[in-house]
Write a protein that binds this ligand. Sequence first.
Ligand SMILES: [Zn+2]
Ligand SMILES: [Zn+2]
Length: 381
Amino acid sequence: MTDRDYYEILGVNKSANGDEIKKSFRKLAMQYHPDRNPGDKEAEAKFKEINEAYEVLKDEQKRAAYDRYGHQAFANGMGGAGGNPFGGFDFNFGAGGFSDIFSQVFSDFMGGGQRRGSNYAQDGADIRYNMEITLEEAFLGVEKEIKIPSTQTCEKCHGHGTKDGKEAPICQHCQGRGRVQMQKGFFVVEQTCPHCQGHGRKATDVCPDCKGKGYLNQEKTLKVKIPFGVEDGTRMRIAGGGEAGIRGGENGDLYVFIGIKEHPLYTRDGANLYTRVPISMCCAALGGKVEIPAIDGEKLELSINAGSQNDQVVRLKNKGMTMMRSKGRGDLFVKIRVEIPVNLSAKQKELLEEFRAISKDDNCQPESKSFFDKIKDLFVA
Ligand SMILES: [Zn+2]
Ligand SMILES: [Zn+2]
């Protein structure tokens, strides 16, 4: 990906409208198209840059994201610079992206007389894969093997579908245009060439492995490395991991969407974890210790201070989640829930009655005391 400003690349103002952007893009794309600059690496790089910029600026949503976050908005994958912390929108360079625009631009521009049929090389489609992982896996990071139904370029014919593995000869029926004109009454109608299905080229002898398709249906096994600290909804782009391009087209990309399963104990907010722990009335009053399992498997001993109240929160520093590309960890917040005893035995009741009797005018329940004092004041007034 380029780090140059997309508006600058397309030579338009930040306030340019869709038509202006399109016009400028077409002009530049025409100028730097590889077919017009064979062997010119600089033109090729420029061409790629122009496409990248246009992919973003032509789309309202992506353009808005770019205006807000700059290139950060589309930093792809993990491990690369940035990641995508904004997880809120789709960003697909893909089939139907520039290959489509190009066939269109070129038939507009060249009147359909180009060497290649308009859709000879086809880029492979992008694939989306939803992956669910546990919070523990998100904590540690995990490598998963995934199987995806996909297509693989036929190796025997290098994707050309021809017996000799070379580019198929130009279709004689349409002279490589991929389209033919037919006289229908007074009108000349143009339609997709039925001999080459619009590819502009047609194999005389087809590849026996793929029967001329140029690809094979195949389940693909990929190893995907999920980094520690990954968040729910993160998208990972694996360039070239999508469906195979046909007849020299580029492979699509694989997008892995990470979903994190609900955890029985913890909820998560960014790097912090939250949980509730029930303690007995006596433990709350007298103080004590409770053991809770941390997300890393460690046993945490939580000290309860004497006089702890319901809903009080204890913060355990650095016991939360890991963070992507960081050595730090979030915190763990434990909310205390004081459980009032039920199903008391006679002896327990007796002791509690005794406790009540000696606690009457005591200052052991300050909140109740202040509450009843206020009520007293109200009655007097
Ligand atoms: Zn044809
Ligand atoms: Zn083949």
